[in-house]
Design a protein around this ligand. Sequence first.
Ligand code: NAG
Length: 142
Amino acid sequence: MSLSNNKGVMLLAFLVVVSLWFPSTLARDVAIPNDKILSKSRVYVRNNLEDKSDVNIHCKSRDDDLGEHVIKPGERYEWKFRVSIFGNTLFGCEVKTKYGSGIFVLYNASEDEKGDDGYVGWEVRTGGVYGLNRIQHYAWQK
Ligand SMILES: *[C@@H]1O[C@H](CO)[C@@H](O)[C@H](O)[C@H]1NC(C)=O
């Protein structure tokens, strides 16, 4: 084996060691604030109106407008998103029923209380919008 080949083998070995070592160094140096950047957040709103009427919903965050949707009786509307690591992700939704309407915060990253199914769940009833994983009830505003 010539001297230059030996150098080549050593260089290769060096590169292998560096490439094995470097990713783990990166992983240690990059701060991961919490599991929110790794997993998507999910929210759903279920129509539980007993008279089987529709619910109209329109949700928005600062970056996303999800558009208007009709939630049929017994069905649920859901959406998923990644929580911004800078600032606080909020979704506000205008909810309209024949019993009343209002604009409510249905997702607040600072509170983010998921149920066992991984969703922040809400139920629309005649009295307003009820949180399923926390003690939260929004009465109709109008
Ligand atoms: C989001 O939650 C935080 C922490 O509870 C609260 O201080 C803040 O007012 C909430 N934001 C909105 C818009 O409800």
